[in-house]
Design a protein around this ligand. Structure first.
Ligand code: NDP
Ligand code: HSE
Length: 436
């Protein structure tokens, strides 16, 4: 049988990794797919750039349009990134009747609904395993492995760069900017690294996970996003003293009123496995009603780890090339006409516990004023710790851990506490989840 011909858009970190894995494991991959797979045509912006892969035997161009218009190409693998040129190329490929594999979470989270509709019309597949959690086969696990469950919640460390930064800061006391630069050198970070550190990349991924978990359309614009740039070394140390770790989590929960969709730094008990996921590693916890809690762990970024997911998608597409489109696994796990309209909850309606750090004058009555506000807002306190007074400062850091309460009540309480004369500056807030 003729080999299946791949058109590859992008020869950077993931594109280069994909070429290497497909070449090195060609025989093993062909045994699985039932056919040989070759990259026949590839594009990159600058053809003179040194590559991490050997492109011998691949027709090269700096115009990705030539690849998606190539009649020999059956599967287009989009590894350019972004949501402009990549979007145009994916839509052209679909219009040309080609299957698509992509690692582009921004594209799927923002334009996935339209892309899948177009693909369904054309009877082609769009596979995106590498878009979430790098090499971890989390899409397949939720979409197929957990298909018998009603998914209740999921929570994950789904940005490798952010976790790498937090780990290096905590373990080695390294500066934020220095670790970010290293993550960029290693090829982990997005083209615009603010996507990593502000939680936008994690929100793209969480949007995709929630859609396949609950069978709702992709709604990235409704995700709540908070980054890691405001986390201080003091908060990391105080959290540890209390038995918690700070992780940047994407959390989604099905509630009777709607779906939570939120990315923010989170205190989690240090005894949880996910609290010990470090460096570029990712982990996703998924709770199904039948299976209980399940945990998926692996490299969240990097050339070959991500290529592993890209190649798995290519093999899946090759295996189903001849199958009737109606009998394929649906793009978002649920049949397209069976998507639910359960709303995404506004952050104000989300309920979590909190870690709060504030700086208060060390004098009688101040603590009573603060706890009085909590009492009036119906917020129960789990623990209060007063730290040592820093030299030359009249204010002392006080840490509160609260029980679960709606974000709306906490916003009002924080506003009232910050308005007290005895309080210096803003109240630092980090949400806390037990993930039990
Ligand atoms: P890179 O920047 O390393 O690679 C992008 C590739 O696209 C390069 O080969 C670049 O060409 C090419 N390209 C960019 N713009 C153009 C253009 N205008 N015309 C033609 N070619 C262009 O990115 P990554 O490999 O890191 O990421 C690719 C995708 O994979 C992104 O969607 C990313 O979010 C996703 N991803 C990345 C992971 C990672 O660990 N890096 C992990 C999981 C997903 P040239 O090389 O000549 O500049
Ligand atoms: N920039 C992303 C990360 C790449 O660091 O997780 C993997 O999606």
């Amino acid at each position: 049988m003729e080999p299946v011909k791949i058109g590859l858009l992008g020869l950077g970190t993931v594109g280069g990794g994909t070429v290497n894995v497909l070449k090195r494991n060609a025989e093993e991959i062909a045994r699985r797919a039932g056919r040989s797979i070759v990259i026949s045509h590839a594009s990159a912006r600058n053809l003179n750039k040194p590559r991490i892969c050997d492109t011998t035997g691949i027709k090269l161009t700096n115009d990705p349009r030539e690849v998606v218009e190539d009649p020999e190409v059956q599967i287009v693998v989009e590894l350019i990134g972004g949501d402009t040129l990549a979007s145009e190329m994916v839509m052209r490929a679909i219009a040309n009747g080609k299957h698509v594999v992509t690692a582009n979470k921004a594209l799927i989270a923002k334009q996935g609904n339209e892309i899948f509709a177009a693909a369904q019309k054309q009877g082609v597949m769009v596979a995106f395993e590498a878009a979430v959690a790098g090499g971890i086969p989390i899409i397949k696990a939720i979409r197929e492995g957990l298909a018998g469950n009603k998914i209740e919640w999921l929570a994950g460390i789904i940005n490798g760069t952010g976790n790498f930064i937090l780990t290096e800061m905590r373990e080695k006391g390294r500066a934020f900017a220095d670790v970010l630069a290293e993550a960029q050198r290693l090829g982990y970070a997005e083209a615009d690294p603010t996507f990593d550190v502000e939680g936008i990349d994690a929100a793209h991924k969480l949007t995709i996970l929630a859609s396949i978990a609950y069978g709702v359309p992709l709604q990235f614009d409704k995700a709540y996003t908070d980054g890691i740039t405001k986390i201080t070394r003091d908060d990391v140390a105080y959290a540890e003293q209390l038995g918690y770790r700070i992780k940047h989590l994407g959390i989604s929960r099905r509630t009777p009123n709607g779906i939570e969709l939120r990315v923010h730094p989170t205190l989690i008990p240090e005894s949880r496995l996910i609290a010990n996921v470090n460096g570029v590693m990712n982990a996703v916890l998924v709770k199904g009603d039948a299976v209980g809690a399940t945990l998926y762990y692996g490299a969240g970024a990097g050339a070959e780890a991500t290529a592993s997911a890209v190649v798995a998608d290519i093999v899946d597409v090759v295996r189903t090339l001849t199958s009737d489109p109606e009998n394929r696994v649906p793009h978002l796990a649920f049949q397209p006409n069976q998507l639910s309209n359960l709303p995404i909850l506004p952050m104000e309606e989300v309920e979590t516990a909190y870690y709060l750090r504030l700086h208060a004058l060390d004098k009688p009555g101040v603590l009573a004023d603060i706890t009085g506000i909590f009492g009036e807002m119906g917020i129960s306190i789990e623990a209060i710790i007063q730290k040592e007074q820093p030299e030359g400062d009249q204010h002392v850091p006080i840490i509160f851990l609260t029980q679960r309460v709606q974000e709306r009540a906490m916003n009002s309480a924080i506003e009232r506490i910050e308005a007290l004369d005895a309080i210096d500056g803003q109240v630092a807030r980090i949400r806390l989840e037990m993930l039990g």
